[in-house]
Design a protein around this ligand. Sequence first.
Ligand code: IMP
Length: 184
Amino acid sequence: MHSGTAVTPQLRVLFTRDQIARRVTEMADDITRDFAGQSIIFVGVLKGASIFLGDLARQVKLDATFDFISVASYGAGTKTSGEVRMNKDVDSSMADKNVIIVEDILDTGLTMGFLRKLFLAHQPRSLKVAVLLDKACRRIEPVKADYVGFVIPDEFVVGYGMDYAERYRNLPDICVLPPQLQSA
Ligand code: IMP
């Protein structure tokens, strides 16, 4: 029973909370193995990655710290305009750290392209990208994530931290938002 989606019956569940939990555990195991014996810093991209970061980080068996960054791409509704600006920078130095950027969705890649350049300028020891969802078919900038939860088709999704006009972030499952509920 997916009580979280009952509030909006038109939403179609794409990944259940159990599927997400299983995949997030696998991703955490990969990170634990890749960074064995080292410290890492997770940098979450607000707000969409907050729930993913919380679940991922709690399954990683390493010495880890958190930081957060907030960026916005101009444009409303479900379309990105291509221009990215920073709303909030990280609080701590990334120099000589093992940085893992944690993002909800890799879509056109413009946001991640911007973030990668920004973080490389901090001269981290290593820089990796973890994304829960990858809309690989939508890519404009050729960025790749090191850890990918699920590759999905070109559909607008909400839940598990992801929003449409700030709504639906608290749904426990990842759902497809049908076009009739999108009114950009
Ligand atoms: P990109 O710069 O086009 O790769 O966009 C990345 C950002 O757009 C993601 O971090 C999300 O915030 C947002 N985004 C892209 N697709 C979706 C979606 O299907 N649902 C919710 N947000 C999305």
